[in-house]
Design a protein around this ligand. Structure first.
Ligand code: GLN
Length: 492
């Protein structure tokens, strides 16, 4: 039998059910893997006690025949999800020491299903970033390295702790959140699968807010089936989230089907951006051929406002962030800095000045600027209008196709520090992921191949609202043909 940490989530489920190993054995193996992987800095908090207690409960439930769907499955939780009694910081200094008195709806569901939380995963501060370098607690190091190189690479962001932990076999799956690509881009960088469902599928309640009209929890795992299992457990209507969708959650994993017969897959012309890496272009073509092989009909489509998506996102997201982050005033949460003899305003200033990192401050400044009187119409309102046009582009595309196939990110993972001085270069990472976020559509990245340096590249599938099944099926069809089995070499 292969190492317990190498098993897929589905195999863990069947192995536990068949009594091939106990939940305690499974979880203990992962607790040790987490400890041994500290050089990656993927976990901000380790919670072995939580994990082992859940494992023992799972073993008892398995014996009694009352086990939930995720009984004894070792998971990592992005530290943007509030977890009862466990420090939750969003990788920000301003929330240092914050222990929520409640669980997010998503973590509550996962724990009710029997999952074992190994710890809280590092991320970009308040999920703002594409490389996990904006964390106040240090960057996450990707477990991947280019062939023959010892240079540290980024794991993508903002769910970089999640992507690193899943690809390094520290957990079976992890939660992520995706505002403009934070599940899909890190999944692509680390050779794993990740799905952002339709906006509103997973409750945002208890997820620390970045940009509320875009934020969406989702699943990250090593293959499509595992993503489907995980997403099923995370999804569902929640009256505590006013944008939650009141629709039944299909059994995505059970219905998973790798045939694309009768499906029309659209290739958006505008995603062929200038200067695209020829290897990525070749992989995209490969993906098209795989889709054909699975029975799909390929159609070229146009999404004319694609170029406007990135600038639109970088107005809307900071605007919402500046409003959401106003609550960190030193009174209600986390850190407080009181200058001697200072006024209330001095306290606010000192607290926010010391508590937020550079990228978060940049977003707050952009956000307050685009929302300020005199600029609101020129920037924020305009961006809202363009956002509507981007959503309309997709609606038109659905007249001629069922799904879209694109690359996930414009490049493979880059070196630590390579883009941190240039915010625009960093923002360009999101060029292929942001449009689906602005339109609230389900989208996933699957590991499709390795570049000439041995680094993973991902392909993205975008679907119609609520068609997670279509997205997962297409992901599964491509994944079967890609036959991606590469894993990072253990160097840590
Ligand atoms: N990289 C994008 C940003 O920095 C997306 C982040 C996210 O999806 N949370 O805003």
């Amino acid at each position: 039998m292969s190492a317990l940490t190498d098993l897929s989530l589905a195999k863990m489920q069947s192995g536990l059910a068949a009594g091939e190993f106990s939940a305690r054995e499974l979880v203990s193996a992962h607790v040790s893997a987490v400890e041994a992987a500290r050089p990656l800095n993927a976990f901000l908090v380790e919670t072995p006690d939580h994990a082992l207690a859940a494992a023992d409960a799972a073993d008892a439930a398995l014996k009694a025949g009352t086990a939930g769907p995720l009984a004894g499955i070792p998971l990592g939780i992005k530290d943007l999800f509030c977890t009862k009694g466990v420090e939750t910081t969003a990788a920000s200094k301003i929330l240092q020491g914050f222990k929520p008195r409640y669980d997010s709806t998503v973590t509550e569901k996962l724990f009710a299903a029997g999952a074992a939380m190994l710890g809280k995963l590092n991320l970009d501060e308040f999920a703002m970033g594409s490389s996990n370098e904006t964390s106040a607690y240090g960057p996450v190091i990707s477990p991947w390295r280019a062939d023959g190189s010892s240079e540290n690479l980024v794991p993508g962001g903002s769910s970089g702790g999640s992507s690193a932990a899943v690809s390094a076999r520290l957990c079976a799956a992890a939660t992520g959140t995706d505002t403009g690509g934070s599940i899909r881009q890190p999944a692509a960088f680390t050779g794993i699968a990740g799905i952002k469902p339709t906006y509103g599928r997973c409750s945002r309640w208890g997820v620390i807010a970045f940009a509320s009209s875009l934020d969406q929890p989702g699943a990250m795992a090593r293959d499509v089936r595992d993503c489907a299992i995980m997403l099923e457990a995370m999804s569902g209507y929640d009256p505590k989230d006013s944008t939650s969708i009141n629709a039944p959650v299909p059994q995505w994993a059970a219905a998973l089907n790798g045939s694309l017969k009768g499906k029309r897959i659209g290739i958006p012309r505008e995603y062929r951006v200038e200067g695209m890496d020829p290897q990525l272009e070749a992989l995209w073509q490969q993906g098209i051929d795989w889709a054909k092989d699975a029975g799909a009909e390929i159609v070229e489509v146009s999404l004319p406002h694609t170029r406007e998506a990135l600038p639109t996102y970088y107005i809307v997201a900071p605007a919402e962030a500046s409003s959401n982050l106003a609550r960190y005033d030193g009174v209600r949460y986390g850190q407080r800095v009181t200058p001697p003899g200072g006024s209330l305003n001095d306290m606010y200033e000192a607290t926010r000045g010391a508590g937020f990192g550079g990228e978060v401050k940049r977003r707050i400044m952009i956000g307050t600027y685009v929302l300020s009187a005199g600029y609101y119409d020129a920037y924020y309102l305009k961006a809202q209008k363009v956002r509507a046009l981007i959503a309309q582009d997709f609606e038109r595309a659905w007249e001629s196709c069922d799904l879209l196939l694109t690359p996930t990110a414009p490049t493979a993972a880059f070196g630590l520090g390579a883009k941190s001085a240039d915010p625009i270069a960093m923002y360009l990472n999101d060029v292929f992921t942001v449009p689906a976020s602005l339109a609230g559509l389900p989208a996933m990245s699957i590991p499709a191949g390795l570049d000439s340096q041995g680094l993973p590249l991902g392909l993205q599938i975008i679907g119609k609202p609520l068609d997670e099944q279509g997205v997962l099926d297409a992901g599964h069809a491509l994944e079967c043909r890609a036959g991606f089995t590469a894993a990072p070499q253990h160097w840590w």
